[in-house]
Ligand binder design. Structure first.
Ligand code: ADP
Ligand code: MG
Length: 726
């Protein structure tokens, strides 16, 4: 008998070597894990396979002839196989052993790679079996085709797998019998065997469903255990009965919170009052009002006598957060200062570009607790930054940060802090259930009243009148006292050796999966610098004040330009994706995105969220030189819908499944081989319920060693941490 660890060399001597050499397959377990990529049925005729294609054909020997070889000793056998309509030639350079079998009239199943010789399709040295020789058990109902293994016929692989399966010990099953029964799932061994030896398409599908479920289940077990481990962590409850700063803030808020904001705020408040850390993901489309919700949570921390920190992905965004938060807080942000509110606090901005004295003061305020609200970039992660009492970590646009960075911040608190991560890239349900499975998810679905709709159109660069009209519209908007963004995929004119901060923006800033090979124009993407020159020369735009914004400017320059733009001193801001997230300038009403095909769906949606933030409707013009194909369809979809969730789903469909859990995962065992996060929503929901039940009853999986082992193997420890993406 053979277990998963049994060396193949003890079972199938001649096949074992090539398997190990070419595919690293050494054990029974490895071989069973080596799944066929296609399955064919025997009723298929010879067809018209192309050169290089691996086929399995069923036919009758029409004629066979042996002739001596010209340059070598020995003889060559040629047998013509027919299905009554077409023919294929089987050739063997050593006839011996084959002559007796391949006689006219013999029925054969043959498998091999198709080539052409003198206008005739042939299979050189195919593997074959005479149907008369077959005992039924030797042959699977569907014939499996494995990924190519050099020096090994697919046929021999089928045989080797059969040998292994015939001797296989019972396999451990990570899905408990009661769940299998409830969900009507095959046993693991049966499913694995079926992939190699399926009776029918239906049988194959049942096996796949079982393995899909298994992946979903194990993933949910891993996430459930992470969640349980977190539940065991102790945090300081930040309960506030008479939240003075929060009350004062609410009183002066110029608008009423939306019902969604109210309920999310209540969830957060309840989380903060617990002695276990909050891990909450707050997702909401651009402009859904996440910042106010986060700020209220931060004020709760302040009211509790502690501190909150807001981590932003870029300096522009950190500076803007500081500006808007200070503005919203008014005298509440002047705690300890003359004219400050008695219940207020100090708001400190910490970025890499502070001067030495500024930085020293900021560090001091943070360490003394003087500053209750700290806003910053990666600079906050440095060792020198010490908090007096950090209660809450808020992370904006979490997909830009890794787990390591988040944990570096967490480590700065005396007790584990509460964590709120915010994202404007709405995460489809299945992803929320898998990648983010161990976070609590809050979603803001409605936009605050009074927000103006954004109209979007695709502008064909090949049509001069459209292009002209685009710039005329920009001029018209600016003429009304509004402002415009022109977004480009890169800075351009980069000197040798400099790294473009935003070159990540279009290429992989948050969307590394973007397929660029489906019809994107081949010329280099348009840059900010050349766009400036181009627009300066446009008569339509004469007299308008243009400026550029990109990652190569210093923080002060960026700050100044954004402030000028917000204040009305700049009409047209030509920018890279530095303005992608969060930037809030209500007077900007129009955005032109050049080479829009260079951006991902969610990214475009983010970008256009920068306009229509005031009373006037927003307009987004997606310029492209791509006239047709999937890329163009993607742009059309963005123009047609303003629903961030629908677009996120579209985005998801364009990524390869494996990428969703992160690139690091793709090489490991943990990659999803059967499960589709797009297709299998229902199954994932079931698996999650089942996994939660198991983990709740048996958190250490002491009574479920098979689950424990499979979960540990399925996702290696560093991957488990990676899955924990919040
Ligand atoms: P997000 O960060 O989710 O993109 P913001 O928090 O920046 O959105 O909010 C966008 C704009 O809407 C801001 O100007 C904010 O002041 C405003 N806003 C937030 N909540 C409300 C509300 N309930 N009613 C009206 N305006 C709101
Ligand atoms: Mg925001």
């Amino acid at each position: 008998m053979a277990g998963l660890q049994t060396k193949l060399s003890t079972l199938i001597a001649s096949t074992a070597r090539p398997l190990e050499q070419a595919r690293g397959i050494q054990t029974v377990g490895d071989l069973l894990d080596f799944y066929p990529t296609r399955w064919v049925s025997y009723d298929s005729d010879l067809g018209t396979p192309a050169d290089g294609e691996f086929v399995v054909v069923v036919g009758e020997v029409k004629s066979a002839s042996t002739r001596p070889m010209r340059n070598r000793r020995g003889s060559m056998l040629s047998a013509i196989l027919t299905d009554g309509r077409s023919e294929i030639e089987m050739t063997f350079f050593n006839a011996r052993g084959h002559e007796d079998k391949l006689r006219p009239g013999a029925k054969v199943i043959a498998g091999g790679q198709v080539s052409h010789f003198r206008e005739r399709r042939q299979l050189a040295h195919p593997g074959y079996t005479l149907i008369s020789d077959l005992d039924d058990s030797a042959l699977p109902g569907l014939f499996p085709l494995y990924p190519a293994v050099p020096k090994l016929h697919n046929w021999n692989l089928v045989r080797a797998v059969k040998v292994v399966i015939d001797q296989l010990d019972p396999l451990p099953d990570p899905i408990p019998a009661d769940i299998r029964r409830r969900r009507d799932l095959l046993e693991r061994a049966k499913a694995v065997i079926a992939l190699h030896r399926a009776d029918s398409k239906r049988h194959l599908e049942v096996a796949r469903t079982r393995l899909r479920y298994e992946e979903a289940f194990l993933l949910q077990v891993v996430l459930g255990r992470l969640r349980a481990a977190r539940e065991a962590e102790i945090a300081t409850a930040r309960v506030v009965t008479d939240g003075a700063a929060l009350a004062a803030f609410d009183e002066r808020l110029p608008f009423a919170l939306t019902p969604g904001q109210v309920s999310v705020a209540a969830e957060i408040e309840a989380d903060l009052a617990r002695e276990h850390p909050m891990y909450r993901l707050l997702q909401g489309d651009v402009g859904s009002g996440k910042t106010v919700v986060a700020l209220r949570a931060m004020l709760t921390a302040v009211d509790a006598g502690a501190q909150a920190v807001l981590l932003a992905p870029t300096e522009v965004l950190a500076a803007q957060h500081a500006r808007t938060i200070r503005a919203m807080l008014g005298d509440l942000a002047l705690g300890g200062m003359l004219g400050g509110h008695p219940d207020g606090t100090k708001v400190t901005l910490l970025t890499g570009s502070l001067t030495q004295p500024q930085r020293r003061q900021a560090l001091l305020d943070i360490a003394s607790g003087e500053s209750g609200i700290v806003i910053g970039t990666h600079a906050l992660l440095q060792d020198k930054v010490i908090f007096a009492d950090l209660a809450l970590v808020v992370i904006d646009e979490q997909h830009r940060f890794g787990v390591e960075q988040r944990d570096a911040l967490r480590a700065k608190a005396k007790t584990v802090p509460h964590v709120l991560v915010m994202t404007a890239t709405p995460i489809p349900r299945t992803i929320a259930m898998t990648t983010f499975g161990e976070l609590d998810v809050s979603t803001l679905t409605e936009k605050p009243a009074g927000r103006s709709p954004i109209q979007s159109y695709v502008v064909d660069e090949a049509l001069p009148t459209w292009v002209e009209r685009t710039w005329t519209r920009v001029a018209q908007e600016c003429g009304r006292g509004h402002a415009a963004y022109v977004v480009c995929p890169r800075i351009g004119e980069v000197e040798e050796g400099t790294v473009e901060e935003e070159s990540r923006g279009a290429a992989d800033g948050g969307e590394p999966w973007l397929p660029f090979d489906d019809g994107v124009s081949l010329r280099p993407p348009i840059g900010v610098i050349e766009t400036l020159a181009e627009l300066q020369a446009k008569p339509e735009l004469a007299g308008l004040r243009l400026a550029v914004l990109h990652g190569r400017l210093t923080a002060e320059e960026k700050d100044r330009i954004m402030a000028d733009f917000a204040a009305g001193a700049i009409d047209v801001l030509i920018s890279t994706t530095v303005i992608e997230v969060g930037v809030d300038v209500p007077r900007a009403t129009v955005m032109v995105i050049r080479d829009a095909d260079r951006f991902g769906v969610s990214q475009l949606h983010q970008l256009r969220g920068r306009v229509g933030r005031g009373e006037d409707p927003g307009l987004c013009l997606l310029m492209t030189s791509v006239a047709a194909g999937p890329t163009r369809e993607r742009l059309n979809a963005v123009a047609e819908t303003d629903d961030g969730f629908a677009l996120a789903r579209l985005d998801l469909q364009q990524r390869r499944e494996g990428d969703i859990l992160g690139a690091r995962q793709s090489g490991g065992r943990g990659r999803l081989r059967f499960l589709s996060l797009i297709r299998d929503e229902e199954l994932i929901t079931q698996a999650r319920a089942d996994a939660r039940e198991v983990v709740a009853r048996d958190p250490e999986l002491a009574d479920h060693p098979e689950i424990r082992l499979a979960a540990d193997q399925w996702v290696a420890p560093e991957q488990a941490e990676f899955l924990d993406k919040g």
